[in-house]
Design a protein around this ligand. Sequence first.
Ligand SMILES: Nc1nc2c(ncn2[C@@H]2O[C@H](COP(=O)(O)OP(=O)(O)OP(=O)(O)O)[C@@H](O)[C@H]2O)c(=O)[nH]1
Ligand SMILES: [Mg+2]
Length: 360
Amino acid sequence: MKIRKYYARDVAEGFLKVKKELGSEAIILQTRKVRRRGLKGWFMPRQVEIIAALGSRSPERLGKGDIENQRRVEAEISELKVMVQSLVEEPRRRETEKGQQEDGGSENDYWRNYLQHHDVDPVIIDEIFGRLASRLKGNSVSREMLPILLREEVTVGIPVAEERADRTVVFIGPTGVGKTTTLAKLAARYALNYGEKVGLVTIDHYRIGAVDQLRAYAEIIDLPLEVAYSPRDLSRALVRLQDCDRILVDTAGRATGNQAQVGELADYIEVLLPAEVHLVISATTRWQDIRFITGSFSKLHYNRLLITKLDETTSYGAVLNGAYYVNQPLVYITDGQGVPDDLKLAREMDFAGLFWGGER
Ligand SMILES: Nc1nc2c(ncn2[C@@H]2O[C@H](COP(=O)(O)OP(=O)(O)OP(=O)(O)O)[C@@H](O)[C@H]2O)c(=O)[nH]1
Ligand SMILES: [Mg+2]
C-alpha cells in the first residue's frame, strides 16, 4: 500500500493533487487543517493536509481494524465529494443567479418600454415600478407574474365613478376634443335611457356655428336650450331650467396655452357649482400635453376626467396620464362620432385590457 501526505490551500486543490498522483483509485485516509511549519506559519492561513493511500490488498484480507478504518475513510470520501461538488457548483450557481437578476432587469425594461410605447408619462412609469417594488418587498417575481401585477397597477391607476352624481354636468377642455358631441350623447342617454327631463346650456358663443351645432342636437332630442353670454346670463338660464332633472352645460374649447381664455371660464363655473365638471381630453393627446392641459385648466375646479376618441389611437397612455394628473375619477369614455351610441361607462371598461390587448 502506498501512503502519501499532501498539502494544499483547500480541500478541492488537495483532492486534485491526490487524484493527479495516485489516480482515481486513491483512498483518502485523513484530512485536517494544519499550520505551516516555522514561525511564518503562525501568520499564514492554515493549509489542508490530506493523507491518501493507494491500496493493493483486497477487502477480504482486511482485519476488523482495517475494515473500520476503511469505512471511516469511505465516509470521509463521500463527505469530500459533497464538498468538492459544492465548490464546483457555487460559481455556477452565482452565475445563474446573476443571469436571473439580469433577466429580471431586462424583463422590467421590457415592460417599461411597453408602457412608454403606450405613451405613458415616464413619471408615472417610475411610480408604477416603485409601487411594485414596495409591494414585492425585495422578493423577485416570475416573468409571468410581472405583467399581471402591472395590469393591477394600471387598473388601480385609473379610478372610476358612477354617473349622475350631480344635477349639473359641465364639459370643459381644449378645442375640438369632442365636448359638444359628448354632451349630445349624454343628453340622449339621460333623456332616453333614464327618462330624465334634460336642459341644455351653452356658454360657447365665441365660435361661429357653435350654438347651431348644439341647437341641432337639442331639436333632434327635443330639449330646451339656453345660450348664456355672461355669468349673470347663466344664472338666469339656470332659473329658467329649474324644473329639469339634469342640466348639461357646454363650454367653448380653450387653447390650452391661453390662460386669459381659461380664466374667463372660471367665473361661469363658479355660478354652476356644485356640479360634475368633466375635463375632456382626447385619447390622442401626448403625455407632455396632458400635463400642460391639466395644469392650465386646474383653476376651473374640474372633478371628473372624460376621455374621448379612444377609437383614434392604439396607444392608451392618455387614459392613465389623464387619471394621474387630473387626479379625479373617470365616468365616461367615448370611442366614435356616433351620437348617442359611441359612449361607454368607465366602470364597465377593462382599461388594463386595452393596454395589454393580447400581448404576451
Ligand atoms: N373619432 C371620434 N371623433 C369624435 C369623438 N368625439 C367627438 N368626435 C369628433 O370630433 C370633432 C369635434 O367634436 P366637437 O364635439 O365639436 O368638439 P368640441 O370639443 O366641442 O370642439 P370645440 O367646441 O370647438 O372646442 C367632431 O368631428 C366630432 O364628431 C370620438 O369619440 N371619436
Ligand atoms: Mg364644442
